[in-house]
Design a protein around this ligand. Structure first.
Ligand SMILES: Nc1nc(=O)c2c([nH]1)NC[C@@H]1CN(c3ccc(C(=O)N[C@@H](CCC(=O)O)C(=O)O)cc3)C=[N+]21
Length: 299
């Protein structure tokens, strides 16, 4: 059996960031506007701090300004809401991202709804959720957006294909299903109560794995030649007391059967960050009513 083609998220995201950088320089020189991204982290979780720093580093590489707000884990909800109000009104800030999950004493839905929809670069505000569901122009969640860019790049038109989304989260599963519907796929959304998950996956030309369970989707569930997008990023124990990252798909098995597959790391993760920057550029352009191309490059 031939090996699946690897869909290289590192290379794809580097190209996307180059394109974003060129646009950022254009609007800086042409309009004296520098897109600004504010990233808010509540709590001192070291892994989350690494992610936040990585997002800010990538933003700076693209010529954007970034603002980092790291708050203690016991920050009262109203302090966080006050910070968001300030960012909503700050003309230097075009994109706001509040790192999830938040500590349990904070109502994350309330926090999401406090962000101005036109600065909501995660695309989690109900206004953006509604725009995606109803087919309008909003901000699209970064992981589904990055996944769709890779799918369209690899497959061209998705029209008529059977797609399965394994996982129904607000962050990935649901918005991914909407994007696939928009691309004229026949979409199944599977979850913990799905009967015969292997059977459902076997019917699919496109598999989106977004369950957060390490290597749960087995190689022999994959239809030969299918395209597999592995959204999972799970840190698991490895030999010698070390850890390693694995996806939600049993990569070693799936790579023998699939037509193409995204690796972990180096697949969806870097695309998520590139799409965050793309959404920030899009938000800045819309806030200033600049006429630059929109965020759906495949349209
Ligand atoms: N409001 C909000 N928006 C988010 O987008 C968000 C969030 N909260 N909370 C945390 C998760 C996690 N996340 C990742 C993004 C990129 C990589 C990434 O680039 N991963 C690299 C590997 C990184 C490593 O080695 O640890 C890769 O897959 O190649 C990982 C994780 C965004 N998140």
């Amino acid at each position: 059996m031939t090996q699946a083609k690897l869909i290289d998220g590192n290379a794809f995201s580097a190209g996307l960031r180059d394109e974003i950088t060129a646009r950022v320089h254009e609007i800086r020189d042409g309009h004296r506007i520098t897109p600004g991204l504010a990233v808010v982290l509540v709590g001192e979780d070291p892994a989350s701090q690494v992610y936040v720093r990585n997002k800010n580093k990538r933003a700076a590489e693209c010529g954007m300004t970034s603002f980092e707000h790291i708050l203690p884990a016991d920050t009262p909800e109203r302090h966080l809401l006050t910070l968001i109000e300030g960012l909503n009104d700050d003309p230097m800030v075009h994109g706001i991202l509040v790192q999830l999950p938040l500590p349990r004493h904070i109502d994350s839905q309330k926090v999401i709804e406090a962000i101005r929809p036109d600065k909501d670069v995660d695309g989690f505000h109900p206004w953006n959720v509604g725009k995606l569901a109803a087919g309008g122009v909003g901000l699209i969640p970064c992981t589904p957006l990055g996944s769709m860019m890779m799918l369209r790049d690899h497959l061209g038109s998705l029209a008529g294909m059977k797609a399965i989304v394994v996982g129904r989260s607000n962050i990935v599963g649901k918005p991914m299903a909407h994007l696939l519907i928009r691309e004229n796929c026949t979409v199944t959304v599977a979850h913990s109560q799905t009967r015969d998950l292997p059977g459902e996956v076997r019917a699919a030309d496109i598999v989106i794995a977004a369950v957060g369970k390490p290597e749960m989707i087995k190689g022999d569930w994959i239809k030969p030649g299918a395209t597999v997008i592995d959204v999972g990023i799970n840190r698991v124990a490895a030999e010698g007391g070390k850890t390693r990252l694995v996806g939600d798909v049993d990569f070693a098995g799936a790579v023998q059967v699939a037509g193409a597959i995204t690796p972990v790391p180096g697949g969806v993760g870097p695309m998520t960050i590139a799409c965050l920057l793309r959404n920030t550029l899009t938000a800045a352009a819309r806030l200033h009513r600049l006429d630059i191309p929109e965020a759906h490059p495949w349209n």
